[in-house]
Design a protein around this ligand. Sequence first.
Ligand code: SF4
Length: 469
Amino acid sequence: MTTKTISPSQPLPQEEGASTKKLSIITYGCQMNVYDSERMAGVLRQGGYELTPDAGQADLVLMNTCSIREKAEQKFYSELGRLRRLKQQRPGMMIGVCGCIAQRARGEILERAPYVDLVFGTLNVSRVLDLVQQVETASEPVLEITDKVLDGDLGALPVQRDSRVTAFVSVMHGCNKRCSFCVVPNTRGPQVSRPMPIILDEIRGLADAGYREVTLVGQNVNAYGSDFRPHRSDFAALLEAVQEVAGIERIRFVTSHPLDFTQRLIDAMAGLDKVCEFLHLPFQAGADRILKLMRRGYTAEGYRDLIARIREAVPNLALSTDVIVGFPGETEEEFLETRRMLELVRFDAIYLFNYSERPGTVAPGLPDQVPLADKKRRFDGLLNMQKRISLAANLAYEGGTYEVLVEGPSKKDSAKLTGRTRTNKIINFPADPSCIGQLVPVRVTQAGLYALSGERESSRVEMPVIAGV
Ligand code: SF4
């Protein structure tokens, strides 16, 4: 889970005559939310709202919430309390709440926090400017939640992106899976894929604006196009089409589901040179009984077989995954199966979560909820083991030279630039800012747990050999 305030790095044109007001968007959670925030900033820009990184200075603060973990909800409510105090000092400030908590809790938010001016759902992003304008003239808070994707949300909206080099592009809304722990099908609805011509137009526009890398985002991008009628499409077809966009040098995608990862998609990953050698593929748990209770639809062995096939086709693949510990009924032996999965597959990185109950899902009703102390112990054990695996994976890069897309100044050291390898490793190195947006060779001089350090080179690009199934 991340919290992010998007910054005003890339102004978009405003409507003529629009006066400037300050906008702050606080974003919780996944890439889908980051993308939605960038779209809301783009739409509001047309109404005269300029981004500020400081909520204390803003005329409008939007909280784009995440409800996937209990912790994210707690964080949201505590931040809302802080905004209340800001609003007491600046009564003209407007507070809006959107995203997954808004979609699920609806009017409850206004009951709990009557100082909130606007609540709208995950499917009302394209309406944000109209809604804000309604609040400006209304005497009461405005609430709008839709349960069906609006045409405006599938179409092309102005987007104010955080980066000038890499961009998220949504390819779908919602999810048709019903994992027993997951609130997403309730908060984002069933899967609705965006039409391919609209996605491609957006990506061509990005290429024209100088972007070099796109990340195609959705809750289960592998299922892209399966909802088109009468002619279904698939994600491999979308990758093939994006490969043809001149100016885009790299393609990434997130998130994938093992069940929808077809051989055709593996072949596309292997055959399309712009598709990067990186994959985020959640496995969630290593024991088959738990996977069944989670309604994931695959077994641990099936998952490992899939990874082996992908690695055979894409030998330098870097992998990350999601893992939940302490799912209801998980025994010590079943937890050890999860540990075994990490040992065998040797992921580059994992996103590890303690199971937490989500309202409206099936899992809270399952017997044998795991005590918090056991969850924490399992969590810490896995995390420590994974740190060793991740560091070893990064150390394999030392001494090699890799193609790096330079994204901008390093956040930790302003004398350095930062970028990513094709395998999604963050690398910091000293270089002239004129190379931002370029693909440059960088030799890795030192590997850390979360990032690499390096020096720019003029030639020679290698890939590391990664061990695992
Ligand atoms: S695939 Fe499962 S975990 Fe992922 S969004 Fe859909 S329901 Fe949630």
